[in-house]
Design a binder for this molecule. Structure first.
Ligand code: GLA
Length: 399
């Protein structure tokens, strides 16, 4: 991402570099070229926040910012990993992997994938890996899912494992939930693995059915600006878990398997059955957000891309007022983007920091980015970063 004064990078500009860095990192670490390279993108969620673990609907798209894993087999059940994030290689064998908690830090995402594959009964090949990434860490663009997906694709190919792409998200999610210990839903891994270039991924998180929805920004003369709020994550893990618990409690109070089962037409009746105002607001967010996803999909199917703006903005208001997962930096970025002419703007991802996306006329992208930077300066916040993005492909083998 570029700082406020810099030009936004053309989409895909960093891709060649990151792939070359992965190969160079592999060669430097292991003294030979890799057997192959696998790339997995970060993601932005166009709309549908905190709906995935409620069995609802989401509409993410993949970014041109990617994580690349260069890998080659090595004998035995041993895995050696280098990452640009660290000077030290991490090495582990089957014993360490089979005991969640023994491999920690960034390497836990790699060990978690090995663990989840082994737990599912796959004979995972020993491997050497080198990781390079352009997906910023801690910005809510799914850098962790990108590592999981790229490592998973590498191990599946190196071992000739029978694990088709549509089954990979659950396995990567299992690594994240049970090994790393983050109680996330299925959206990020699905987006990172299954997205298609030029499309957003309409995912039913209960059935895992997907529809690739054309999201042709260029044809509409539009751009999506992703603004990194640079807000420090404030208790994000605990707050995420508590939102999830509140939703599960609400579903149980309402006697439904998940909040997805509350139709928007029945929302008022459902809310009337709940005593706690906070729980009512959580429910209202999830139920209305599912409907906003469906409405967004309808507009995109009809080629009416410009008209999704108000839905994005309404989603933000719902996250701010009902789900209470935004922070002042994020709200400032959304307000400034809208005031500068964005057609719609919302926080994307789990919340409490991370990124805002704004749908803008392509020729107003810089104006909007600068307006956000100016609003930040006025409020005394550290300068935000921004990049314009186009919907990119999911996990791919590069060579
Ligand atoms: C994080 C989680 C996802 C999803 C979003 C909120 O990104 O990893 O599973 O719950 O938050 O929509």
């Amino acid at each position: 991402m570029s700082g406020p004064a810099a030009q936004t990078a053309p989409p895909g500009a960093a891709s060649g570099d990151v792939a070359a860095r992965a190969a160079a990192g592999f060669h430097a670490a292991y003294g030979e070229p890799p057997a192959g390279r696998w790339a997995a993108p970060g993601r932005a969620n166009l709309i549908g926040e905190h709906t995935d673990y409620n069995d609802g609907f989401v509409l993410p798209f993949a970014l041109t910012l990617r994580t690349v894993v260069a890998a080659a087999p090595q004998p035995g059940e041993r895995w050696t990993v280098r990452s640009e994030l660290s000077d030290e290689a991490v090495e582990f064998g089957a014993d360490e992997v089979d005991e969640p908690g023994r491999v920690t830090g960034w390497a836990a995402y790699v060990a978690g994938v090995v663990w989840a594959l082994r737990e599912a009964g796959y004979a995972v090949p020993g491997a050497r890996l080198a990781i390079a990434s352009d997906v910023p860490v801690g910005s809510g663009l799914s850098s962790s899912a990108a590592i999981e997906a790229a490592v998973l694709a590498a191990l599946v190919d190196l071992g000739g494992l029978d694990l088709p792409a549509e089954k990979q998200p659950r396995l990567a999610q299992r690594a994240e939930n049970a090994y790393v210990g983050a109680p996330t839903g299925i959206m990020d891994q699905s987006a990172v693995i299954r997205c298609r270039e030029g499309h957003a991924l309409f995912l039913d998180c209960r059935t895992e059915a997907v529809e690739h929805i054309p999201f042709d920004l260029d044809a509409a003369g539009l751009a999506v600006l992703v603004i990194d709020s640079r807000a420090p994550h404030r208790h994000a893990d605990g707050e995420y878990a508590s939102r999830r618990a509140a939703c599960e409690r609400a579903a149980s109070l309402l006697g439904v398997p998940a909040l997805r089962d509350v139709p928007v037409a029945d929302l008022d009746a459902a809310l009337a059955r709940l005593d706690d105002d906070e729980i009512r607001r959580r429910v209202r967010h999830v139920v209305t957000e599912d409907q906003r996803v469906l409405d967004t999909v309808d507009l995109l199917r009809a080629g009416r891309v410009r008209e999704i703006g108000p839905l994005l903005t309404a989603s933000h208001a719902s996250m701010r007022d009902d789900f209470e997962i935004t922070v002042p930096e994020i709200d400032t970025a959304v307000e400034a983007a809208l005031a500068a002419g964005a057609l719609g703007a919302r926080m994307t991802g789990g919340g409490f920091g991370g990124c805002v996306l704004a749908l803008v006329d392509a020729d107003r992208s810089d104006t909007v980015a600068h307006a956000v930077a100016a609003a930040y300066a006025d409020r005394g916040f550290p300068a935000p970063a921004h990049v314009t993005v186009l919907p990119a492909p999911g996990t791919t083998r590069l060579d």
